[in-house]
Design a binder for this molecule. Sequence first.
Ligand code: AGP
Length: 608
Amino acid sequence: MCGIIGYCGGRAARPLLLDGLKRLEYRGYDSAGLAVADGGRLNVVRAVGKVSDLEKKGIERPLPGHCGIAHTRWATHGRPSEANAHPHLDCRERVAVVHNGIIENYLELKQELQAKGHAFRSETDSEVVAHLIEECFAGDLEKAVRLAVLRLEGTFGLAVMHADAPEQVVAARRGSPIILGLGEGEFFAASDANALLPYTQKVISLNDDEMAVLSPGGYHIKNLNDEFLQKEIEIREGRGEEADKKGFEHYMLKEIFEQPEAIENACRGRLLESEGVSKLGGLEPVLERLKNLKRLVIVSCGTSYYAGLCGRYIFESLCELHVEVEVASEFRYRRLKLDADTAVLALSQSGETADTLAAIREAKRKGALILGVVNVVGSAIAQVTDAGVYNHAGPEFGVASTKIYTSQLVVLTLMALLIGRYQGLSFTEGSAVIQALKRLPRQVKGILTDIEHIKDIAQRYARYQDFLFIGRQHNYPTAMEGALKLKEISYIHAEGYPAGEMKHGPISLIDAEFPTVAIVTQDATADKMLSNIQEIKARNGRVLAVASQGDGRITEVCDDVIRVPETLPILQPVLNIVPLQLFAYFIARSKGRDIDKPRNLAKSVTVE
Ligand code: AGP
């Protein structure tokens, strides 16, 4: 969703801010803006649309200022418009604020400020912060931001400038990430490390209710009690070069092709073959509790939720656990009893998803052990969990998640293997899982070589308006995820269903114009799947099957078939989703969609 970048140093701020914004584009946004200190005033430019539209504005003269803040906005309060784009200004245009998150008490604050004579220009909650800082300002920006922040309820990542302090950027956070980048004589503040990494790998993550003051000469960090804090400097890997598409037309395609490597990275150093078990350093502090775990509740959203649904079958198959999977945004409405024998596991690519974060905070309050599987190192969810495992899959820029989904399935298998070996799983069974995990990267590579066949099929199916995806057991989540991929990026209506549910309603939709994608790889449910396919064919429905390489029967009954290799049933979803990712990709491409940044979607969903 929204993105922030701030800069203070010796170089011209504007090009650096624009470059930072471009590196945040993948998060999803609808407008952008920046403010640069410019000879005793703030030069502010905003534009609806892309960062490239912002770049074209305000270039009549080069801006000399070397301190500035910038923002990409994903509309929450108020439609996408120049007036609603950030930075927001106070009445006298001396204060500029960029904000991620939601100010929950903004109406109350707005009324109070309006009563004091403040005039508002936008429909946003964020503008209230600029006026509040104006109200608190008496010559010291840091103090004014602190006093203002103390009045805010909700979530915020903020970067603030004042025309009277042109060499300062003040940043603050509560519930929305702010990362500082420490260069040589230059300092950055950003909501996402991707914006900083080309300039510095030295970073500091602010915690909630912490503030930082940056200037070209240095930086300091304080808490809201005005006390100085010494924080550890982390060295982040990479220089943001992953943001290069490496010759692929889209990030999504590149990330689909990165899956063999992402699976290898998830397993690297984590397979103890001699013991038939996995080794997960991040879970070692809570190993004793995991050994005796009775119940696991998985919470997540979207694609990560479907990974959680697969996780239920994985944990049930390898462990003696009662497993529940809950959409994170619904978790708080359940009256769940969570005790010390229960772990709540958050799955999140970004580690920033507000619904997932809220769910685990709720679970923590109730005393459960909180675990996480997160891709973004140091992200908010990673900080809240008691223990967890990183995917190490590298950044994912395509809004439609691909490599993290398969990586999540692999990490869940590693976790289940670890717990399962304490709960009765034999060495032989554990070894079989390890061998199957080791074969996966090569098997995924094999599927990727079938790209032309999948592309051809996708082009033939691109004309349909509606799709049904069906699967049973492990492949029921695959059907849901396959449908989500298609609708996200092609804007075609698609529904994922457990195949057995079809005759309880959706079958009434079937006709020659409503095709079905059936995930029917060889397992205990294959015969029942074949019966379901026959039922569709009997109603004139067209069927595309994802089927096992050796299955001769399937060509008799289906119109088109994509073949995948066989693995253990718990890992089969890792292979089965790959052709469906490509299927969605090529349909979206043939329709000319904005595949990496589909309309209305954001990569990190930081509002509830
Ligand atoms: C995936 O294709 C989606 N863009 C979306 O459903 C995503 O998986 C969801 O918002 C959860 O995100 P997270 O994994 O970062 O928590």
